[in-house]
Design a protein around this ligand. Structure first.
Ligand SMILES: [Zn+2]
Length: 143
């Protein structure tokens, strides 16, 4: 066994990650999900952020006729205020959302949002109304 001493290790300012290559750490810090620059308003306790099951199409193979797709049911984020599907930083940071049509119907979560409302701020009446409108949605889907 070899022990390597006096090696410079670069540690992330935001999380516990350590790397030996400086440029790799510079790159990591930029994309690190613990970096406040990358915080999204939606995931700071917003009342309107919900999850739902959604059928997504994933490009699997490329053939002469174009890509082939597979259908998969996944849990996705939805903003119930704007009725939009959202993808989190973990997807955005990989840069795959622009490349994959899977994310065409989804938007990146915003860093700031005027409609942000912390779930603790919801009154009982608002909660009651929100839950009621949700069950109405479900009924209309079934008929
Ligand atoms: Zn980090």
């Amino acid at each position: 066994m070899k022990t390597i001493e006096n090696v410079t290790i670069y540690k992330c300012d935001f999380c516990k990650k350590e790397l030996k290559r400086k440029h790799a750490m510079v790159n990591h810090e930029k994309l690190c999900s613990c970096n406040p620059e990358n915080f999204k308003k939606c995931t700071q306790g917003c009342l309107y952020l919900e999850t739902e099951k959604h059928v997504l199409y994933f490009e699997t193979n490329y053939t002469e006729d174009g890509p082939e797709y597979s259908e998969q049911e996944k849990t996705v984020f939805r903003c119930s205020k704007f009725d939009k599907l959202m993808y989190p930083w973990s997807i955005e940071r990989k840069g795959i959302a622009e490349k994959w049509s899977t994310f065409d119907e989804q938007e990146p979560m915003p860093k700031e949002c005027d409609s942000f409302k912390h779930h603790c701020e919801e009154t009982f009446d608002e909660y009651y109304e929100r839950m009621n409108s949700k069950s109405l949605d479900n009924e209309s889907l079934e008929t």
